[in-house]
Every structure is written in structure tokens, then in C-alpha cells.
Design a protein around this ligand. Structure first.
Ligand SMILES: Cc1cc2nc3c(=O)[nH]c(=O)nc-3n(C[C@H](O)[C@H](O)[C@H](O)COP(=O)(O)OP(=O)(O)OC[C@H]3O[C@@H](n4cnc5c(N)ncnc54)[C@H](O)[C@@H]3O)c2cc1C
Length: 380
């Protein structure tokens, strides 16, 4: 049987970065992916992703956000490919709503550069956005755009250059861990490794079924609106944005990189399994986003030119899972989605590779413990 230091299950955003960091650290690395390289069936396609720093989900993310950005910019410099583009970002909503208040609390707690803009200040600086009088915007200068397909392709190629083997069209069917290592089975064969890293995105709960993870799969749509004003909708003038008008209208957007201004909603359709996701585009998917665009954006057409579906994998608390399997210390479990994980995949790969090699991860992972959803033993 072929033996490795690290086997990685899933070569999407997190897995491609994990094989990159593992192979570059000298580990004999195998990556197994059920589909082809860079595919549209999981969570990491659709041309663009937002990164931001004044993190509304909490200050615990900021050290990882900063390291992730360093890694993205170095990857861009080393590869000469378009990986990342800084545009700045606006978090828009009522001052007391979760988007603005959350970003403001993190910015204040960590003294991050930011500004609060009134509707008229936004109208002066960013005429693409129409706020109502009860809203404000938090300006995060350290925000921008990542290009996920390129990130995955460059990480995967870098891993191969550093000696990793990547097998596509090879789904992991089973694994067993013992004190010495892990045995992984696919239809094509059996592999032995010192450590296993699970970065299986929306399939994670099935791959580590013994953990009974309460992960929920949510099908989303992204829509691209053709620009009617090229001077205000490109990345040099238009920042990325998150816009919160209450629990039922939570929207984000990304400037035009040639295919239109991308707009999506944080609300989608829950599906029991990734394979069961309804990929059909319904009027009910389009109408709320078209309504938002008509009310709140200037410089784009009223109808989208194209759309695509994508999957969120949500934890009940919307925070990530990054850590060792509670019963098998040689198995590392990663689920960094809940709709906001791509920007972290550079640093998550670095952390996962360190955990797989039994090194210190370099970050406090306590808030991300994969065992936190297990029922606590009764003390009665
Ligand atoms: C519409 C949408 C918008 C988003 N916007 C943002 C954003 O703006 N900013 C941001 O930071 N994040 C955003 N996210 C979240 C981000 O994209 C995800 O957190 C990230 O892509 C998750 O990467 P992953 O590696 O966990 O999953 P994936 O990239 O889906 O990778 C998992 C891989 O594992 C493979 N796999 C699964 N099971 C097996 C198996 N048994 N054997 C072999 N291979 C297997 C799958 O085929 C897949 O390739 C968004 C997500 C969506 C859906």
C-alpha cells in the first residue's frame, strides 16, 4: 500500500490550500477530489469572493483574516496571477443592525482603520449606492475581492510543483484511524497516511459521519447585472458591500470585472444533501435580488445577464470548524463556510497542514472546535 504523511479529502478552496502548504512543508502529500479540478458543484466557484477585515462575525477572526491576506498577496506576487484585488468595502444597514454594529464592535475592539459614513457622505463618495435615511455605512479600507477559481488552480499547481500527488474523479468512500495512522479507501484503491485532513465542504458531515455534525446545506444563487455606467461600477470606483435591511433582506455585492456587478443574498433554500440541491433558477430566487438592485444600486441594468447556484455549509452558530477529530487525533476536520469562509482558505490550509504534522497551529482555535456541538454528558 502507498503511504503518505498527509492525505487530504476534497480539493476545493480549503483542500487546495492544505495540499499546497503540506507539500511545501516537506510532507509527502496526497489530495483526493471526487470531481475534476475547479468545478461548479461545491462552494468555491462563481468568479469572485469578498474579503474584509472589520469582521462583523467577531474579533476572534481578525488574526486569521490578517494572515490570510498576507498569504493571498504573496501568492499573487509569486505566481503573477490575478488572485486578489483591494477595493475597500461598505457594511451598510441600520446602525444597531448586526452588519454595521458587528463590524463597528470588531473595528473598535482592535483599533482597526474604519469610518462611519452618513447617507449623504455615501452619496458624495459612492454614488452607486442609495441608502435610506435610517441607514449608515461602515467603510472598511482593507476589503476587496478574491478570484476563487484562480486561487484553487494556483494552490493546486503549487502543491504539485512541491511534490504532492492530486487525484481527481476519486471520491473517498471510507477511512479508519488507529494510533499509528489512517487508512483511506476509494474505488481506485487504499492509501495509508500519518494524518488525514477532511476539507470536504458540503460533504463534510458525511465524511466524518461519526461526529453527527449538525451542518445545514443551503443552496444560493449569485446574479450578475450588466453595468449601464462603466465609470462607477468597476473595481477602481465601486467597493464590495454587505447590505442588511433586516433578517429577510441581507445582500452582498462585488463590482464589475467584465461580467457585470455580482449580487447575492445570504438567504437560500435548505437542502438535506448536496446532491439533492435544487439547481433550478426560480422567479422566487431572482425577484428579491432584482428588487434590491432597483431600489439600492445605480449604474446597473434591472435584469441580470446570468446566474449560477452555489452551496453554503452552515454550522448552527455560523462559525467555522477547525481542529482535530475528538476521538481520532490524526484526523483534522475543517468546515470553513457558513457563507464567509473563502477569504480564510489560504490561512486555513496553513493551519490544517500544521495540525496534520502535529505542530502548533499558530492561532487560538478554541472557538472553532469541531467537538463543540456534541451533547455534553449528563451530570445528574
Ligand atoms: C454563493 C456563495 C457566496 C460566497 N461568498 C463568499 C464571500 O464573498 N467571501 C467569503 O469569504 N466566502 C464566501 N462564501 C463561502 C466560501 O465560498 C466557502 O466558505 C468556501 O468556498 C468553502 O470552501 P471548501 O473548501 O470548504 O468547500 P469546496 O470548495 O466546496 O470544496 C470541498 C471539496 O471537497 C470535495 N469532496 C467532498 N467529499 C469528497 C469525498 N468523499 N472524496 C473526495 N472529494 C470530496 C468536493 O467535491 C469539493 O471539491 C460564499 C459561498 C457561496 C456558496
Amino acid at each position: 500500500m502507498v503511504t503518505y504523511d498527509v492525505v487530504v479529502v476534497g480539493l476545493g478552496g480549503a483542500g487546495s490550500s492544505t495540499v499546497y502548504h503540506a507539500a511545501r512543508s516537506g510532507a509527502r502529500t496526497l489530495g483526493l477530489e471526487q470531481f475534476g479540478p475547479v468545478h461548479p458543484h461545491g462552494s468555491s466557484h462563481g468568479s469572485t469572493r469578498i474579503y474584509r477585515t472589520a469582521y462583523l462575525e467577531g474579533p476572534q477572526y481578525v488574526p486569521m483574516v490578517r494572515r490570510a491576506q498576507q498569504l493571498w498577496f504573496s501568492l499573487q506576487e509569486a505566481s503573477g496571477e490575478r488572485i486578489v484585488r483591494k477595493t475597500g468595502g461598505l457594511m451598510i444597514g441600520r446602525p444597531e443592525g448586526p452588519t454595521v454594529a458587528g463590524a463597528k464592535a470588531t473595528a473598535a475592539a482592535l483599533s482597526l482603520e474604519h469610518a462611519i459614513l452618513s447617507p449623504s457622505e455615501v452619496a458624495d463618495r459612492f454614488p452607486q449606492f442609495v441608502l435610506n435615511e435610517s441607514e449608515v455605512a461602515l467603510w472598511d479600507p482593507n476589503a476587496g475581492v478574491l478570484f476563487p477559481e484562480t486561487c484553487i488552480r494556483v494552490h493546486s499547481a503549487g502543491a504539485v510543483d512541491a511534490g504532492a500527488e492530486l487525484h481527481y474523479g476519486e471520491a473517498v468512500q471510507r477511512w479508519n484511524a488507529d494510533t499509528e495512522g489512517v487508512t483511506v479507501r476509494t474505488r481506485a484503491g487504499e492509501y495509508r497516511a500519518r494524518s488525514l485532513v477532511v476539507t470536504a465542504g458540503s460533504w463534510t458531515a458525511g465524511v466524518v459521519a461519526d461526529l453527527a455534525l449538525p451542518l445545514e446545506i443551503e443552496r444560493q444563487f449569485m446574479l450578475w447585472f450588466p453595468p449601464t455606467d462603466l465609470s462607477t461600477t468597476g473595481p477602481e470606483r465601486m467597493p464590495v458591500f454587505l447590505w442588511d435591511r433586516g433578517p429577510d433582506e441581507h445582500t452582498y455585492g462585488i463590482p464589475n470585472f467584465g461580467d457585470g456587478v455580482k449580487v447575492g443574498s445570504w438567504r437560500g433554500k435548505i437542502t438535506p444533501r448536496p446532491e439533492a440541491a435544487d439547481r433550478e433558477f426560480h422567479e422566487s430566487d431572482a425577484a428579491p435580488i432584482r428588487g434590491f438592485v432597483a431600489r439600492c444600486l445605480r449604474g446597473v441594468g434591472a435584469r441580470e445577464s446570468t446566474h449560477t447556484s452555489c452551496l453554503y455549509t452552515n454550522a448552527p452558530d455560523r462559525h467555522f470548524l477547525i481542529g482535530r477529530h475528538p476521538s481520532h487525533p490524526r484526523v483534522v476536520v475543517i468546515s470553513a463556510c457558513s457563507g464567509h469562509g473563502f477569504k480564510f482558505t489560504s490561512v486555513i490550509g496553513e493551519i490544517a497542514a500544521r495540525l496534520a504534522r502535529h505542530e502548533e497551529p499558530g492561532f487560538d482555535l478554541t472557538p472553532f472546535d469541531p467537538a463543540r456541538f456534541r451533547p455534553r454528558p449528563s451530570t445528574a
